[in-house]
Ligand binder design. Structure first.
Ligand SMILES: Cc1cc2nc3c(=O)[nH]c(=O)nc-3n(C[C@H](O)[C@H](O)[C@H](O)COP(=O)(O)O)c2cc1C
Length: 194
């Protein structure tokens, strides 16, 4: 039975991107696992403008409906899985923009990463993301899914996971399952739990 709400964020937004193919496998595998209820947040569909809030997000004085809607989705999550490519040895600007819109909504939540790219498997992107989430008091976890040479695992747009991908996802979900209730309890103590 699903007990935690997992926000799966598709970070890339460009036409022809492969992010949704990787995310399609992840969301169906997470559903089959049964421990998490998935909310799939595709940043291309959400289409946030470049950060346009006049106040610091920690004040939560949002003036735009798009910010309130995005904030409500992150607020509702018990855990986050970021599906990200590597762009120029880091993560895409669309993802930084979506992170920067909010503040408290990220705090005291476990964040895991499924990264893909060329030979690096997107790991430089993940390494760059961890301090960003740590600055927001989210808890980046070491377990993750790493996909080097992502195009080799795509057949007519369908992503075929390797054994390391399947093992990585299982370890990641085990870890999110361990952290999510503990951090939910912490949020409830500080009045943050959704
Ligand atoms: C702007 C840009 C920069 C890229 N930089 C890297 C990189 O630094 N390392 C890497 O492994 N792949 C890099 N790539 C290749 C991507 O891994 C590959 O295009 C992947 O499909 C991108 O994800 P997306 O299709 O979801 O946008 C880059 C691709 C783009 C479009």
């Amino acid at each position: 039975m699903s007990s935690h709400r997992l926000l799966v964020i598709v970070a890339s937004t460009r036409p022809g991107r492969v992010g949704p193919s990787v995310a399609a496998w992840l969301t169906s595998a997470v559903a089959a696992d049964g421990r998490f209820e998935v909310d799939l947040a595709d940043l291309a569909e959400i289409d946030l403008p470049l950060m346009d809030e006049p106040n610091h997000p920690r004040l939560r004085r949002y003036v735009h409906e798009h910010t309130r809607a995005w904030g409500a989705r992150v607020d509702a999550a018990d855990a986050v899985l970021v599906v990200t490519p590597e762009y120029n040895h880091s993560f895409p600007a669309s993802l930084k923009n979506a992170i920067d819109y909010l503040h408290h909504e990220w705090a005291d939540k476990p964040v895991a990463f499924a990264s893909y790219g060329g030979v690096s498997g997107g790991l430089r992107s993940v390494t760059a993301l961890k301090p960003v989430f740590a600055a927001l008091r989210a808890v980046p976890i070491p377990e993750g899914v790493v996909v080097p040479n992502v195009f080799a695992q795509l057949t007519e747009g369908v992503f075929i996971p390797s054994k390391p991908n399947l093992d990585g996802l299982r370890a990641t979900l085990d870890e999110l399952d361990r952290w999510a209730p503990a951090l939910r309890q912490l949020r409830s103590r500080t009045g943050q739990a959704a």
